[in-house]
Design a binder for this molecule. Sequence first.
Ligand code: ZN
Length: 136
Amino acid sequence: MFCPVCKTAMIDVEYEQIELDYCVKCRGVWFDSNELELMFEKINLQSSNLSITELINKIDQNIPENRYRCPLCKQKMGKVKIGDASQTVIDVCVRGDGLWFDGGEVGQLIKHASSNARQAGAEQQVINFLGDVFRI
Ligand SMILES: [Zn+2]
């Protein structure tokens, strides 16, 4: 699979049995929707709290950032703000194939994860999890 931003072939990264595709060049990360479900199980989150469908419903057309194409279906992805502070913008496949975090977003995830408390909202727990993944 190729990076939606720089088109480099991505590598598989595994963390706690969850496989992600990572671009070594621009440091973005792709999560396919199955892996997202697995991650919710890992962090004991009811996936109904935050499903890919729900993220698709939250797509914000007014975010003025480049829209990348989904590495699976090649359709343009939508932008969604996630997290308690809504400062992280991710890309979501409109057909539900998965999520893309670009390199800068991963950096933000790490920052937010380290500064947030345990009793966070569902989205924040996802951010915390990803913060752990990318700290290694
Ligand atoms: Zn897609």
